[in-house]
Design a binder for this molecule. Structure first.
Ligand code: ZN
Length: 101
């Protein structure tokens, strides 16, 4: 089943980043096959790999240039809505609108 010795969860954890980045072969004394063999039998490590992979993908899209302004816009919209809601009693009153305009 395995091309090498079985590796421990601690080793998976230590080289998780490298494995997710497709650089398992650069891990000293480990091969990608050993990672795969462990992940097939260890659900905890498999979940870690999937989690890190998802996080990396998420971070890759978050740092895209068009994402920052979207976040900024979103926070501005949220603040405007919150202000409007807290100010609801004022702008619901017709007389206030007339006085203001
Ligand atoms: Zn494990």
């Amino acid at each position: 089943m395995s091309a090498g010795r079985a590796i421990a969860c601690a080793e998976i954890a230590e080289w998780l980043d490298a494995y997710v980045d497709g650089e398992a072969e650069s891990c000293p004394g480990l091969s990608e096959q050993q990672f795969v063999d462990h992940l097939v039998v260890c659900r905890d490590c498999l979940e870690q790999v999937l989690l890190v992979r998802r996080l990396k993908r998420l971070m890759a899209t978050r740092v895209a240039p068009q994402e920052a302004p979207w976040h900024f816009r979103q926070s501005v919209v949220t603040q405007v809505v919150q202000t409007a809601l807290s100010d609801q009693t004022l702008w619901q009153s017709e007389s206030v609108w007339i006085e203001r305009s």
